[in-house]
Write a protein that binds this ligand. Structure first.
Ligand SMILES: Cc1cc2nc3c(=O)[nH]c(=O)nc-3n(C[C@H](O)[C@H](O)[C@H](O)COP(=O)(O)O)c2cc1C
Length: 293
């Protein structure tokens, strides 16, 4: 059986026996990461090569992690497993020297939006604005779920899926989040990430910022969905302990009994807008582009 040699360099080295002791949450993250770096990323450039030749070791690191997942009888039916399995099968084809066919690969090729679709994009991207004043009308659970689903669809570094959510609904729950605005009428979504996942794949050393960015991308997707649902949302910073602020993450983790490896990244507050706002405007694009050849 092959070993995983570097995940990715200079990440931790795993042998088969190391995988046996790995927490299933971390094993799943390692599987997604290995599928990503060991199959998905190299695959598409490899397909350009003509003639197509067998690559005997292709995807074997991912296969090793997948075999351990199966050996332990861990769930086979999750959407991430479905994705992983498709790449595992494609890698086996590549090792046999069979060029994977287009039907196995194509999910959808992006096409330019039509004029009316672009109108919706315009309404979404340029229409979204931060709302900080909400009515007392409750936010239905199905809309909260749609917002969380939008967060779930956001891009994530290396498919690690380390982002976690907590929804705060009651005034008592919300009072633990330090904020510069009253949030009595809003629902607050706390966006966290599991720090162990980056450590498992060595990303805490190579790209330590990524899990925070994953959380931020989820927050942005959520705010866009809230806008599309007619709700109003705002990003609320996770504050550190200072003269003016409390350490929101620490207080929150203590009260909820969350383990130390859960980091709070940011919060999103959403509710029914009580009023419109004067939409802020950005500096001109020419000022934002700071280098050009
Ligand atoms: C990283 C970040 C942190 C933010 N923190 C807060 C915050 O703590 N409180 C708040 O009221 N708004 C916060 N906002 C919202 C910004 O103030 C808002 O996006 C900005 O003023 C631009 O307005 P717009 O969202 O209407 O385009 C934050 C936004 C970002 C991206």
């Amino acid at each position: 059986m092959h070993d995983i040699e570097a995940i990715p360099s200079p990440g931790r080295k795993y042998r088969k026996r190391d995988l046996e002791g790995l927490d299933p949450v971390l094993l799943g993250a390692l599987l997604r990461e290995r599928i990503h770096h060991n199959i998905e990323v190299p695959l598409y450039s490899m397909l350009q090569r003509r003639p197509f030749k067998a690559v005997p070791n292709f995807g074997l690191q991912a296969q090793l992690v997948y075999d351990e997942w199966v050996r332990r009888g861990l769930p086979q039916d999750g959407p991430d497993l479905d994705w992983a399995k498709r790449y595992i099968d494609i890698a086996a084809q590549v090792r046999r020297g069979e060029r994977p066919g287009i039907p196995e690969l194509v999910v959808s090729i992006p096409e330019p939006f039509t004029k009316s679709e672009m109108e919706v994009v315009r309404k979404l991207i340029w229409g979204r604005c931060s709302i900080r004043n909400w009515t007392s009308r409750p936010v239905p659970e199905d809309l909260i779920e749609k917002i969380l689903e939008a967060g779930r669809a956001a891009p994530v570094g290396c498919n690690l899926d380390a982002v976690r959510f907590v929804v705060l609904r009651t005034p008592e729950e919300k009072s633990i989040i330090w904020s510069d605005i009253p949030t009595d009428n809003a629902v607050i979504i706390v966006i966290c990430y599991d720090r162990r996942i980056a450590e498992t794949v060595g990303q805490d050393k190579m790209v330590p910022q990524n899990l925070g960015y994953d959380a931020a991308a989820a927050g942005d997707h959520m705010l866009l969905m809230a806008h599309a649902l007619g709700l109003g949302g705002v990003w609320l910073s996770k504050t550190a302990k200072s003269e003016h602020t409390e350490d929101t993450g620490k207080i929150f983790k203590e009260l909820y009994g969350l383990p130390d490896h859960i980091e709070v990244a940011l919060h999103v507050a959403v509710g029914w807008p009580a009023s419109g706002i004067i939409k802020s405007k950005r500096i001109p694009l020419s000022e934002m582009i700071i280098a050009k050849k």
